[in-house]
Design a protein around this ligand. Structure first.
Ligand code: ZN
Length: 317
């Protein structure tokens, strides 16, 4: 007999990464004013964890060049966590200077990817974050880690669990215990999400896990469901499903936040987020980048909308 599904949790946390991962591959870059409008809308919808940008080299990612300006201009709401993605000490320092108290260090799990891009190994790169940890401790900045290509990588295909585990271990040694396993290229499948989630939770119970899926091959929602079954309770999403894939021009981006919220609410799992407001945010984001959103709930409406329309139609007969 197959094992039963574990009880669904009452609540799951969605972190909004649209302002960073969503916009970083867009051709049309919204102004700081437009980004502030999006940020206000995200906060108003009830999201409590927001990735506002990245402190990376402005030539490498021009979409993120105004992250300093955005952080200085935004008004922070109590109870909301504002974080930025950073690649190194300089990034952590810029985040601190811009008034942020949370920074997410990123490294690729794939040895082939790290070797090709940085001539280093993932573990060596994480060990190199020791200076970030020192700076962060002195300045009350909290650090988390993101492990990109945790599920698959264009350089080496499926990334062995052992490679991911080595990177996790290096982060934990540095005292960084909030970690995101990221499917940068949309190669993860539901079974893999379940198995990697189960394995990591059991092996590193002290870690606060996040999973980050791209919907490049339409597997993101299925991955989230199976990761919930594994015990993962935090997921990233991007408004309007923006994001694309740097290795596949024209491909879908991050899983759309509003699709995740809609699915979870339909499953009776609370997110604390107002879905209609999240859908408004997605429409605004699509308007700013100048192309339609990649989310199904914006195209088809909510399940409940269909029921209402049908009921109304019958009444009119
Ligand atoms: Zn991503």
């Amino acid at each position: 007999m197959s094992s039963p599904i574990i009880a669904w949790p009452a609540r799951v946390t969605l972190c909004e990464v649209g302002l960073r991962d969503g916009l970083q591959n867009e051709k049309t870059i919204p102004s700081v004013g437009q980004k502030l409008q999006l940020l206000d809308a995200v906060v108003a919808s009830g999201v409590k964890i927001i990735e506002v940008g990245a402190f990376v080299h402005p030539k490498a990612v021009p979409q993120m060049a105004d992250t300093d300006a955005l952080c200085r201009a935004m008004k922070k709401v109590d109870g909301v966590e504002y974080r930025a993605l950073v690649p190194n000490l300089k990034g952590v320092q810029r985040a601190f200077d811009a008034g942020l108290s949370k920074a997410k260090l990123t490294v690729s799990a794939s040895e082939a990817h790290c070797l090709a891009n940085f001539n280093s190994s993932p573990v060596k790169m994480v060990e190199g974050f020791a200076d970030c940890v020192e700076f962060a401790a002195k300045n009350n900045v909290t650090l988390s880690g993101a492990i990109s290509t945790s599920f698959g990588c264009p350089f080496q295909g499926r990334v062995p669990v052992q490679q991911v585990e080595n990177v996790v271990e290096s982060f934990v040694k540095l005292g960084i215990t909030e970690l995101s396993l990221s499917d940068t290229t949309g190669m993860a499948n539901p079974r893999q999400a379940y198995e990697l989630g189960t394995y990591m939770i059991q092996k590193f119970p002290q870690v606060r896990w996040v999973m980050h899926f791209h919907n490049t091959r339409d597997m993101a929602l299925a991955n989230i469901v199976m990761a919930i079954q594994a015990g993962i309770r935090m997921f990233d999403g991007a408004f309007a499903g923006l994001g694309g894939c740097p290795f596949a021009p024209g491909a879908s981006g991050n899983v759309a936040s509003e699709d995740v919220i809609h699915m979870l609410h339909e499953m009776g799992i609370d997110t604390g987020i107002d879905l209609l407001k999240a859908m408004d945010t997605a429409r605004l984001a699509a308007e700013f980048v100048g192309h339609p959103a990649g989310s199904t709930v914006l195209k088809a409406g909510r399940c409940v909308d269909l029921v209402k329309e049908k009921a109304q139609g019958q009444n009119n007969k």
